[in-house]
Design a binder for this molecule. Structure first.
Ligand SMILES: Nc1ncnc2c1ncn2[C@@H]1O[C@H](COP(=O)(O)OP(=O)(O)OP(=O)(O)O)[C@@H](O)[C@H]1O
Ligand SMILES: [Mg+2]
Length: 246
């Protein structure tokens, strides 16, 4: 069973200055699965994503990517296989859109310049921005910038894509275009963990919804099941609130 897990997170713990933020988190992700992670502010969602690729090294626990353990000594190679899409895009402002999508392929993977260019163009087309290759990030809307950052992650051919609230910095009218790209990736079989309050995405694209609170996974299951009959009171209360406001 474990062999077909793309991502296998086992009993991860993390404290900041004595405050235990992750108290033993474990979950697995099979190839092609999408899991949506929700929970109150401060419950540890971002810390968990950051522990997966050691942007924040975990204190305890183990993480395996396609069967291989993520460790400090192999972290550069592992990070190249773990795509990360941040809330605030993190594009290089002095590079064109095309170069933003090319640069990691060339610098990190050593891909030949012309191959990287072609791949970058393909990924830009996949996110609907084939005509923006020569623009600079500041010339794009937030939704377009976020789609560039998704294209950049895709161009690395990652084993898994991690999204940390990819639409929460966007005006409401721009979230749809990003959510649609993510839905398409999920249905194309990309393996993804998505922290988001976009419950339309969770309903349509998630194989499983994970509810985290206070450093623990409280409940997980198919989104329809959690929306209609969560076992835990706090899961139910939280999902009701984000269904109304999120
Ligand atoms: N670098 C840090 N140093 C100290 N404490 C931190 C650090 N990063 C996060 N924390 C604390 O860890 C806890 C979990 O934070 P985290 O950002 O993982 O929560 P979250 O679930 O992503 O919240 P949000 O929904 O607001 O993004 C919070 O109490 C936060 O204050
Ligand atoms: Mg967060």
């Amino acid at each position: 069973m474990t062999d077909d897990l793309v991502l296998d997170v086992r009993d991860v713990k993390k404290s900041y200055e004595g405050l235990e933020v992750l108290k033993g988190i474990g979950f697995g992700l099979r190839r092609g699965e999408t899991k949506v992670l929700v929970g109150p502010s401060g419950s540890g969602k971002s810390t968990l994503l950051r522990c997966i690729n050691h942007l924040t090294p975990p204190d305890e626990g183990r993480i395996f990517l396609s069967g291989e353990e993520v460790l400090e000594k192999n972290i550069d190679a592992m990070r190249a296989r773990i795509g990360f899409v941040f809330q605030d895009f993190n594009l290089f402002s002095h590079l064109t859109v095309l170069d933003n999508v090319r640069i990691c392929q060339v610098k990190v993977k050593g891909v030949a310049a012309d191959v990287a260019t072609e791949r970058a163009q393909q990924e830009l087309e996949r996110v609907g921005l084939g005509d923006k290759a020569s623009a600079y990030p500041a010339e794009l809307s937030g939704g377009q910038q976020q789609r560039v950052s998704i294209a950049r992650a895709l161009a690395m051919d990652p084993d898994v894509l991690l999204f940390d609230e990819p639409t929460s910095a966007l005006d409401p009218e721009l979230t749809g275009e990003v959510v649609r790209v993510m839905q398409k990736l999920a249905s194309d079989g990309m393996t993804m963990v998505v922290v988001t309050h976009e419950m339309s995405f969770a309903r349509q694209a998630a194989d499983e919804l994970i509810f985290m609170e206070n450093g623990y996974i409280i409940e997980q299951g198919p989104p329809q099941q959690l929306f209609s009959s969560a076992a835990n009171d706090r899961t139910r209360a939280f999902l009701n609130v984000i269904a109304e406001h999120g």
